[in-house]
Design a protein. Structure first.
Lengths: 96, 252
Protein backbone atom coordinates (compact mmCIF):
# COMPACT_ATOMS: atom_id res chain seq x y z
CA UNK A 1 0.00 0.00 0.00
CA UNK A 2 1.07 3.56 -0.46
CA UNK A 3 0.17 6.90 1.05
CA UNK A 4 1.45 10.43 1.43
CA UNK A 5 1.47 13.11 4.08
CA UNK A 6 2.10 16.85 3.87
CA UNK A 7 2.01 18.99 6.98
CA UNK A 8 3.93 20.90 9.59
CA UNK A 9 5.38 18.66 12.24
CA UNK A 10 6.14 19.62 15.82
CA UNK A 11 9.68 20.32 14.66
CA UNK A 12 8.27 23.33 12.86
CA UNK A 13 9.24 22.81 9.23
CA UNK A 14 7.13 21.45 6.39
CA UNK A 15 7.27 17.68 6.24
CA UNK A 16 6.35 15.46 3.31
CA UNK A 17 6.32 11.69 3.68
CA UNK A 18 5.64 9.02 1.09
CA UNK A 19 5.12 5.61 2.66
CA UNK A 20 5.04 2.25 0.93
CA UNK A 21 4.10 -0.62 3.22
CA UNK A 22 2.98 -4.24 3.34
CA UNK A 23 1.73 -6.36 6.26
CA UNK A 24 2.36 -3.64 8.82
CA UNK A 25 5.97 -3.03 7.80
CA UNK A 26 7.50 -0.26 5.77
CA UNK A 27 8.86 -1.17 2.38
CA UNK A 28 10.16 2.32 1.64
CA UNK A 29 9.88 5.68 3.33
CA UNK A 30 10.65 9.00 1.60
CA UNK A 31 11.03 11.94 3.98
CA UNK A 32 11.26 15.39 2.41
CA UNK A 33 10.95 18.99 3.47
CA UNK A 34 12.71 22.23 4.29
CA UNK A 35 14.30 20.99 7.49
CA UNK A 36 18.02 20.69 8.20
CA UNK A 37 20.00 17.63 9.21
CA UNK A 38 23.72 17.46 9.91
CA UNK A 39 25.34 15.43 8.49
CA UNK A 40 22.99 15.09 5.54
CA UNK A 41 24.28 11.71 4.39
CA UNK A 42 23.64 10.30 7.87
CA UNK A 43 20.01 11.28 7.40
CA UNK A 44 19.94 9.54 3.99
CA UNK A 45 21.30 6.36 5.54
CA UNK A 46 18.86 6.48 8.46
CA UNK A 47 15.99 6.93 6.01
CA UNK A 48 17.19 3.97 3.92
CA UNK A 49 17.35 1.94 7.12
CA UNK A 50 13.60 2.17 7.65
CA UNK A 51 12.78 -0.55 5.11
CA UNK A 52 11.33 -3.56 6.92
CA UNK A 53 10.61 -1.68 10.15
CA UNK A 54 7.11 -2.14 11.69
CA UNK A 55 5.01 0.98 11.07
CA UNK A 56 4.42 1.43 14.79
CA UNK A 57 8.16 1.67 15.43
CA UNK A 58 9.22 3.93 12.55
CA UNK A 59 9.72 7.12 14.56
CA UNK A 60 11.58 5.32 17.32
CA UNK A 61 13.84 3.41 14.94
CA UNK A 62 14.44 6.54 12.86
CA UNK A 63 15.47 8.44 15.98
CA UNK A 64 17.86 5.66 17.01
CA UNK A 65 19.39 5.48 13.54
CA UNK A 66 19.91 9.23 13.45
CA UNK A 67 21.50 9.15 16.88
CA UNK A 68 23.78 6.30 15.90
CA UNK A 69 25.02 8.36 12.96
CA UNK A 70 25.44 11.52 15.00
CA UNK A 71 22.75 13.36 13.02
CA UNK A 72 21.35 16.58 14.46
CA UNK A 73 17.94 17.69 13.20
CA UNK A 74 16.59 21.24 12.97
CA UNK A 75 12.94 21.79 12.20
CA UNK A 76 12.05 18.11 12.37
CA UNK A 77 11.57 15.63 15.20
CA UNK A 78 11.76 11.85 14.74
CA UNK A 79 8.31 11.65 16.32
CA UNK A 80 6.96 13.81 13.45
CA UNK A 81 7.44 10.71 11.33
CA UNK A 82 5.08 8.76 13.63
CA UNK A 83 2.44 11.47 13.29
CA UNK A 84 2.78 11.39 9.50
CA UNK A 85 2.60 7.59 9.38
CA UNK A 86 -0.44 7.54 11.65
CA UNK A 87 -2.15 10.05 9.38
CA UNK A 88 -1.31 8.05 6.26
CA UNK A 89 -2.46 4.72 7.70
CA UNK A 90 -5.64 6.24 9.15
CA UNK A 91 -6.53 7.64 5.73
CA UNK A 92 -5.87 4.28 4.13
CA UNK A 93 -8.12 2.51 6.65
CA UNK A 94 -10.92 5.04 6.10
CA UNK A 95 -10.66 4.56 2.36
CA UNK A 96 -10.92 0.81 2.93
CA UNK B 1 41.97 36.57 11.42
CA UNK B 2 42.39 36.56 7.66
CA UNK B 3 39.94 35.26 5.10
CA UNK B 4 40.45 34.96 1.39
CA UNK B 5 37.86 37.10 -0.38
CA UNK B 6 36.35 36.10 -3.72
CA UNK B 7 33.87 38.14 -5.72
CA UNK B 8 32.84 35.98 -8.65
CA UNK B 9 29.92 37.92 -10.14
CA UNK B 10 26.83 36.35 -11.68
CA UNK B 11 27.22 32.74 -12.84
CA UNK B 12 24.92 29.80 -13.69
CA UNK B 13 23.44 27.87 -10.78
CA UNK B 14 25.35 24.62 -11.32
CA UNK B 15 28.65 26.51 -11.44
CA UNK B 16 27.81 28.53 -8.34
CA UNK B 17 27.05 25.42 -6.31
CA UNK B 18 30.05 23.67 -7.85
CA UNK B 19 32.39 26.47 -6.83
CA UNK B 20 31.08 26.49 -3.26
CA UNK B 21 31.79 22.76 -3.03
CA UNK B 22 35.15 23.02 -4.82
CA UNK B 23 36.27 25.71 -2.38
CA UNK B 24 35.17 23.47 0.49
CA UNK B 25 37.21 20.60 -0.98
CA UNK B 26 40.32 22.77 -1.27
CA UNK B 27 39.97 24.35 2.17
CA UNK B 28 39.42 20.87 3.63
CA UNK B 29 42.60 19.69 1.92
CA UNK B 30 44.53 22.63 3.34
CA UNK B 31 45.33 23.98 -0.11
CA UNK B 32 43.10 27.08 0.14
CA UNK B 33 42.58 29.57 2.90
CA UNK B 34 39.25 29.97 4.70
CA UNK B 35 37.15 31.89 2.20
CA UNK B 36 34.33 34.39 1.95
CA UNK B 37 32.76 34.61 -1.49
CA UNK B 38 30.17 37.06 -2.81
CA UNK B 39 28.24 36.20 -5.96
CA UNK B 40 25.02 36.34 -7.95
CA UNK B 41 23.10 34.19 -10.44
CA UNK B 42 22.80 34.44 -14.20
CA UNK B 43 20.44 33.16 -15.39
CA UNK B 44 18.19 33.54 -12.36
CA UNK B 45 17.67 30.28 -10.55
CA UNK B 46 15.66 28.31 -8.06
CA UNK B 47 17.73 26.39 -5.55
CA UNK B 48 16.19 23.52 -3.63
CA UNK B 49 17.10 22.51 -0.12
CA UNK B 50 18.94 19.18 0.06
CA UNK B 51 15.93 17.38 1.56
CA UNK B 52 13.24 18.86 -0.66
CA UNK B 53 11.52 17.01 -3.46
CA UNK B 54 12.07 18.52 -6.91
CA UNK B 55 8.55 17.83 -8.10
CA UNK B 56 7.07 18.89 -4.74
CA UNK B 57 8.57 22.36 -4.88
CA UNK B 58 9.33 23.46 -8.42
CA UNK B 59 7.21 24.08 -11.49
CA UNK B 60 9.87 22.82 -13.87
CA UNK B 61 7.94 23.81 -16.99
CA UNK B 62 7.50 27.36 -15.74
CA UNK B 63 11.20 27.57 -14.87
CA UNK B 64 12.19 26.22 -18.27
CA UNK B 65 9.84 28.61 -20.07
CA UNK B 66 11.28 31.53 -18.08
CA UNK B 67 14.89 30.49 -18.58
CA UNK B 68 15.32 29.94 -14.85
CA UNK B 69 17.89 27.35 -13.71
CA UNK B 70 16.97 24.76 -11.10
CA UNK B 71 19.63 23.32 -8.82
CA UNK B 72 19.74 21.28 -5.62
CA UNK B 73 21.95 22.61 -2.84
CA UNK B 74 24.14 20.54 -0.55
CA UNK B 75 22.50 22.40 2.33
CA UNK B 76 19.06 21.93 3.85
CA UNK B 77 16.32 24.51 4.16
CA UNK B 78 13.74 25.72 1.70
CA UNK B 79 13.55 26.56 -1.98
CA UNK B 80 14.96 29.96 -2.91
CA UNK B 81 14.34 32.03 -6.02
CA UNK B 82 17.66 33.70 -6.78
CA UNK B 83 16.98 36.88 -8.73
CA UNK B 84 17.84 40.36 -7.47
CA UNK B 85 20.02 39.33 -4.59
CA UNK B 86 23.50 39.20 -3.16
CA UNK B 87 24.61 35.68 -2.30
CA UNK B 88 27.53 34.87 -0.07
CA UNK B 89 29.26 31.68 0.91
CA UNK B 90 31.79 31.13 3.62
CA UNK B 91 34.01 28.09 4.06
CA UNK B 92 36.12 27.64 7.19
CA UNK B 93 37.54 24.62 9.02
CA UNK B 94 35.40 23.49 11.93
CA UNK B 95 38.27 24.55 14.21
CA UNK B 96 37.88 28.16 13.01
CA UNK B 97 36.42 30.74 15.44
CA UNK B 98 33.47 31.34 13.09
CA UNK B 99 32.51 27.67 13.46
CA UNK B 100 32.89 27.68 17.24
CA UNK B 101 30.11 26.53 19.53
CA UNK B 102 26.85 25.02 18.39
CA UNK B 103 25.44 25.16 14.88
CA UNK B 104 23.13 27.92 16.09
CA UNK B 105 26.15 29.83 17.43
CA UNK B 106 27.89 29.68 14.07
CA UNK B 107 24.76 30.79 12.21
CA UNK B 108 24.61 33.75 14.57
CA UNK B 109 28.30 34.58 14.12
CA UNK B 110 28.23 34.46 10.34
CA UNK B 111 24.88 36.23 10.03
CA UNK B 112 26.48 38.97 12.10
CA UNK B 113 28.03 40.25 8.87
CA UNK B 114 24.59 40.55 7.30
CA UNK B 115 23.13 42.27 10.34
CA UNK B 116 26.01 44.75 10.40
CA UNK B 117 25.73 45.46 6.66
CA UNK B 118 22.00 46.09 6.87
CA UNK B 119 22.44 48.21 9.98
CA UNK B 120 25.04 50.31 8.13
CA UNK B 121 22.29 51.12 5.63
CA UNK B 122 19.99 52.23 8.43
CA UNK B 123 17.96 49.02 8.38
CA UNK B 124 17.50 47.75 11.96
CA UNK B 125 18.20 44.10 11.25
CA UNK B 126 18.54 41.22 13.66
CA UNK B 127 19.37 37.55 13.55
CA UNK B 128 16.26 35.37 13.78
CA UNK B 129 17.16 31.78 14.74
CA UNK B 130 17.73 29.37 13.24
CA UNK B 131 18.78 30.80 9.94
CA UNK B 132 17.13 34.10 9.00
CA UNK B 133 17.90 37.79 9.24
CA UNK B 134 14.88 40.04 9.65
CA UNK B 135 14.08 43.72 10.03
CA UNK B 136 10.81 45.01 11.36
CA UNK B 137 9.61 41.42 11.46
CA UNK B 138 10.24 40.92 7.73
CA UNK B 139 12.73 38.46 6.35
CA UNK B 140 15.58 39.94 4.32
CA UNK B 141 17.97 37.03 4.32
CA UNK B 142 17.89 33.25 4.46
CA UNK B 143 20.94 31.15 5.23
CA UNK B 144 21.87 27.47 5.13
CA UNK B 145 24.81 25.59 6.55
CA UNK B 146 26.41 22.21 6.19
CA UNK B 147 29.51 20.64 7.65
CA UNK B 148 31.55 18.28 5.55
CA UNK B 149 35.13 17.05 5.49
CA UNK B 150 35.92 18.91 8.68
CA UNK B 151 34.74 22.24 7.24
CA UNK B 152 31.73 24.49 7.62
CA UNK B 153 30.06 25.78 4.46
CA UNK B 154 27.36 28.38 4.90
CA UNK B 155 25.69 30.20 2.08
CA UNK B 156 22.89 32.69 2.14
CA UNK B 157 21.20 35.55 0.43
CA UNK B 158 20.37 39.19 0.92
CA UNK B 159 17.20 40.11 -0.93
CA UNK B 160 17.95 43.26 -2.89
CA UNK B 161 14.54 43.30 -4.52
CA UNK B 162 11.73 40.78 -4.48
CA UNK B 163 8.83 39.88 -6.73
CA UNK B 164 6.72 37.42 -4.75
CA UNK B 165 4.23 36.86 -7.59
CA UNK B 166 7.05 35.90 -9.96
CA UNK B 167 8.51 33.63 -7.30
CA UNK B 168 5.24 31.76 -6.89
CA UNK B 169 4.90 31.40 -10.65
CA UNK B 170 7.99 29.17 -10.42
CA UNK B 171 7.41 27.39 -7.12
CA UNK B 172 4.69 24.95 -6.18
CA UNK B 173 2.79 25.27 -2.93
CA UNK B 174 1.58 22.49 -0.62
CA UNK B 175 -2.06 23.37 -1.21
CA UNK B 176 -3.07 25.07 -4.49
CA UNK B 177 -6.40 26.13 -2.98
CA UNK B 178 -4.53 28.21 -0.40
CA UNK B 179 -2.02 29.66 -2.86
CA UNK B 180 -3.53 33.14 -2.75
CA UNK B 181 -3.37 33.25 1.03
CA UNK B 182 0.17 31.90 1.03
CA UNK B 183 1.31 34.58 -1.42
CA UNK B 184 -0.32 37.25 0.74
CA UNK B 185 1.41 35.80 3.83
CA UNK B 186 4.81 35.81 2.13
CA UNK B 187 4.30 39.39 0.92
CA UNK B 188 3.61 40.35 4.53
CA UNK B 189 6.61 38.46 5.92
CA UNK B 190 9.32 39.10 3.28
CA UNK B 191 10.88 42.36 2.17
CA UNK B 192 14.00 43.58 0.38
CA UNK B 193 16.74 46.13 0.87
CA UNK B 194 15.35 48.24 -2.00
CA UNK B 195 11.89 48.24 -0.46
CA UNK B 196 13.23 49.20 2.95
CA UNK B 197 15.45 51.96 1.57
CA UNK B 198 12.77 53.21 -0.79
CA UNK B 199 15.23 53.25 -3.68
CA UNK B 200 16.90 50.74 -6.00
CA UNK B 201 19.76 48.90 -4.32
CA UNK B 202 21.73 46.72 -6.70
CA UNK B 203 24.45 44.09 -6.64
CA UNK B 204 27.46 46.41 -6.91
CA UNK B 205 26.25 48.56 -4.02
CA UNK B 206 25.52 45.41 -2.05
CA UNK B 207 29.08 44.13 -2.56
CA UNK B 208 30.45 47.51 -1.48
CA UNK B 209 28.26 47.38 1.63
CA UNK B 210 28.59 43.79 2.76
CA UNK B 211 32.27 43.17 2.05
CA UNK B 212 33.39 45.60 4.77
CA UNK B 213 30.48 44.55 6.98
CA UNK B 214 31.61 40.91 6.98
CA UNK B 215 35.19 42.00 7.63
CA UNK B 216 34.14 44.16 10.56
CA UNK B 217 31.72 41.63 12.06
CA UNK B 218 34.31 38.85 11.84
CA UNK B 219 37.22 41.04 12.94
CA UNK B 220 38.88 39.74 9.80
CA UNK B 221 41.15 41.07 7.12
CA UNK B 222 39.74 40.09 3.72
CA UNK B 223 42.50 39.25 1.24
CA UNK B 224 41.16 39.57 -2.32
CA UNK B 225 41.87 36.57 -4.50
CA UNK B 226 40.67 34.43 -7.35
CA UNK B 227 39.54 30.82 -7.39
CA UNK B 228 42.59 28.60 -7.77
CA UNK B 229 43.01 26.46 -10.88
CA UNK B 230 41.94 23.44 -8.84
CA UNK B 231 38.83 25.26 -7.60
CA UNK B 232 37.92 26.47 -11.07
CA UNK B 233 38.40 22.99 -12.53
CA UNK B 234 36.57 21.42 -9.60
CA UNK B 235 33.65 23.81 -10.00
CA UNK B 236 33.37 23.03 -13.71
CA UNK B 237 33.57 19.29 -13.06
CA UNK B 238 30.99 19.44 -10.27
CA UNK B 239 28.70 21.60 -12.43
CA UNK B 240 28.89 19.05 -15.27
CA UNK B 241 28.86 15.84 -13.24
CA UNK B 242 26.76 16.72 -10.20
CA UNK B 243 24.88 19.99 -9.87
CA UNK B 244 23.87 20.20 -13.53
CA UNK B 245 22.55 16.65 -13.69
CA UNK B 246 18.98 15.48 -13.29
CA UNK B 247 20.26 12.60 -11.15
CA UNK B 248 21.33 15.13 -8.50
CA UNK B 249 18.55 17.66 -8.98
CA UNK B 250 15.87 14.95 -8.82
CA UNK B 251 17.63 13.07 -6.00
CA UNK B 252 14.47 13.57 -3.93
Amino acid sequence: MTGSYVGKGRGGKLLRVDLYWQDGRAERVSIRGDFFAHPEDGFDAAEDGLAGVPLTELGQVFGRQLEARGVTLFGLLPSDLDDAVESIVSSAIKQG
Amino acid sequence: MQLRYLETGARPAAFNMGLDEAVLDEVAAGRSQPTLRLYAWKPWAVSLGYFQGLNDEVDREACSASGVDVVRRVTGGGAVFHAAELTYSIVVPESHPLAAGSILDSYRSICGGLVLGLSSLGIPAEFAPLNDVVAGGKKLSGNAQTRKKGCLLQHGTVLLDVDVDQMFALLKVPNEKLKGKLIADVKARVSSVSAMLGRPFGYDEAVATFRPAFASAFGAELAPGQPTEAEQAGAERLAAEKFGTLAWTAKR
